[in-house]
Design a protein around this ligand. Structure first.
Ligand code: FMN
Length: 409
């Protein structure tokens, strides 16, 4: 890939040197452009040495070349990392008053933005609006910053995303070459459990680890899809290349995140295990054990069904659900698929310890709408392999839909 790396001023500039080095080692070509303020934090010399190209700092340095036009025609992707508050806001407002912002203005190729800044700046309402403007543009991909220790000495959200994640996102752009029907599609994957609290520390949940959903998200990224991962509390790291990770805790939060992202989705894969029950009340502080018992305990109430609610808004979306069953497998899965207007259901057997919850393996059966009598059984396989099988079945559904449409035309 030909990468035009725009570097603005943040202490994370030093991580961009690692980014250049790793991209170069992976065989990519890189041209670096730096803002004037970035050069006050790091010299352009190491960027020049590592990229083995001149660093662009001044559009008027060589009048014979119109750099912003030539470079944005040359590159496959423009990556702004680190992207400062100032750089993001300027791009969002259409300002082009230096080399970096003018390159962004002239770029019609994919643009990847990796913000890095202090938490208060990241949470500034003006900045949120500016970043949202970019998020809505089709060729812009925002890599959310991580939480952690910041250069200003406090902890919070604002650390530039890990270099590996940025590389994953860049390389995912090359994936459409594989011509997967998933390339460029918006895929929303839910993963992990949800929690329903009775007080500030006690909750109802289930043993889901999120591994199946995360494996699906990883495979979808590799197929070139734009993946939004909506995850309950899990202890695994999101795979590289995810467009947006939305962390939720309760079933209601997961439902809201799914609904917010459903209209723009081409495919919804619901691999999460949300709690089916919540409590009739939640205490605002930790209660003593006997107080809970003596005050009548808690009653269970059903949570709103995420897939069923989302599927009601269904237009073009392919909706895929999971059924974790330990008895009456097929019958229950087919009933679930019909009740929730799914196009496909993945049945996983959770009756043994070797497959299903908290295992690296799964044994799946896939049932498609209209083919309820022909379930496809697969051998026990790793969750990543199962993800590949599930995605190829979704690809087949997409091809079928496309054929149907062209028959009508
Ligand atoms: C040492 C230092 C570190 C800074 N780190 C950041 C940062 O991480 N993110 C940010 O948005 N601004 C940061 N700033 C503030 C920017 O440098 C400032 O807003 C500048 O005008 C941005 O210019 P640029 O976007 O053209 O590089 C930092 C400033 C200093 C002095």
């Amino acid at each position: 890939m030909k990468v035009l790396l725009c570097v603005s001023s943040s202490i994370a500039v030093y991580k961009s040197l690692d980014l250049v080095s790793k991209l170069k080692q992976a065989g990519h070509e890189i041209v670096v452009a730096m803002t004037a303020n970035a050069q006050k934090i790091a010299s352009k010399v190491p960027f020049k040495s590592l990229s083995r190209n001149e660093v662009v700092t001044d559009l008027f340095a060589d009048e014979a070349v119109i750099a912003h036009i030539a470079l944005t025609e040359w590159c496959d992707v423009l990556v702004a990392a680190p992207a400062s508050y100032n750089l993001i806001s300027k791009i969002a407002c259409g300002i082009a008053d230096d080399a970096v912002t003018t390159l962004a203005a002239a770029c019609a190729k994919p643009v990847i933005i990796a913000p890095a800044m202090n938490t208060r700046m990241y949470e500034n309402p003006i900045f949120i609006q500016n970043l949202d403007k970019l998020r809505k543009l089709k060729n812009y991909d925002i890599i959310e910053p991580a939480e952690g220790y910041l250069a200003c000495g406090v902890s919070g959200r604002g650390r530039m995303a890990p270099v590996e994640e940025i590389i994953g996102r860049i390389e995912a752009l090359a994936a459409p070459v594989k011509k997967s029907p998933l390339a460029g599609k918006n895929i929303v994957v839910t993963a992990g459990p949800t929690r329903e609290y009775i007080d500030t520390v006690r909750f109802l949940s289930n043993p889901s680890t999120g591994r199946m959903g995360y494996a699906l998200a990883e495979s979808a990224v590799k197929a070139g899809a734009r993946v939004t991962l909506i995850s309950g509390p899990v202890s695994i790291k999101p795979p590289a290349g995810i467009r947006e990770v939305i962390n939720v805790v309760t079933t209601k939060e997961m439902l809201e995140a799914v609904i917010d992202n459903f209209d723009a989705a081409d495919v919804l894969i619901s691999a999460a295990a949300p709690c089916d029950f919540t409590f009739n009340r939640k205490l605002t502080e930790k209660a003593a054990k006997m107080d809970i018992i003596n005050n009548g305990g808690f009653k269970l109430a059903a949570t709103e069904d995420i897939l069923k609610t989302a599927a009601k808004k269904k237009k073009k979306q392919i909706v895929v659900g999971f059924a974790a069953e330990d008895n009456n497998h097929l019958e229950n899965a087919v009933r679930k698929m019909k009740a929730k207007s799914m196009d496909m259901i993945v049945l996983n057997d959770v009756s043994t310890k070797e497959t299903g919850f908290a295992s690296d393996f799964n044994k799946i059966t896939i049932i498609k709408k209209g083919l309820e009598n022909s379930p496809a059984d697969y051998e026990k396989a790793s969750k990543l392999e199962c993800a590949g099988i599930i995605l190829s079945n979704i690809e087949a559904l997409m091809k079928k839909e496309k054929r149907k449409k062209s028959d009508v035309l």
